[in-house]
Design a protein. Sequence first.
Length: 297
Amino acid sequence: MHVPLATPFAADGGVAFDALETLAHEVLDAGAAGLVALGTTGEPSALDPDERRAVTETVARVCDERSAALTIGVSGGDGTRATAAALEALGRRWPRAAALVPVPSFTRPSQAGVVAHFRALTTGPGVPLVVYNVPYRTACHLGADALREIAALPRVAAVKQAVGGVDADSVALLADPPPGFAVLAGDDVFAPALLALGAHGGVLASAHVLTGRWTRLAEAWRDGDVALARALGAGLSRVAGRLFAEPNPSVIKGVLHAEGRIPTAAVRLPLLPASGAAVEAARREIETAQAQWEPER
């Protein structure tokens, strides 16, 4: 299980780097296998270039210290050339990382165009790529057939499948996944269902909380412990629904602040802080999930 880290902000509005480092260690201590820097939950578009660089360096240092997997969010906007340049820069600075690369947004290319985009990005050496398939953000749905073509390209390691449900393409892909290609659940509410269908893991913002249970859920499905997996999955799906009741990562930050894990619940415009009601509802759901069944680790 990989956690796309939120970017904590201090009372003066700057990035709280000490809190970010502590948060990174906490989720790894709780069982996460890796961290994602500059994923959507990290509000990368609201950070300036120096902040993005410093956030990545902080998360990379923790991953290096802990021998944990590091993935870095990359976006070149809508263009292939700009994305390729960003990937080249990432590979020079963090050659042992993987890159989380979204399907091009706004331009709405054809399926063939998306395949050509990733083919261009994988020409020559570079870091492994995780395709970020998130159509409700990009306005471009990537189907199972196109994903299979992309999976066959060099250095494409995985897909973060975040399509807003358990759709026919996800079912088809998981029924016969390409060799050496990991399908990672990326939609928190539906992650338990994708894990039940055979997803190899997840990249889940909800795993900031109850991290050990998310990890145990993935292990339970791999081990064939259906009863445990169903019990964990039901509670975690409800928690995820509460954590995403308002635009991500506002509720997650509200919960983390209420738990004393980050100094403020602040997000940057155009996001707004979560309502008190949403934060309290999420905290109650977390408490309910904890009380239902405390699995052994």
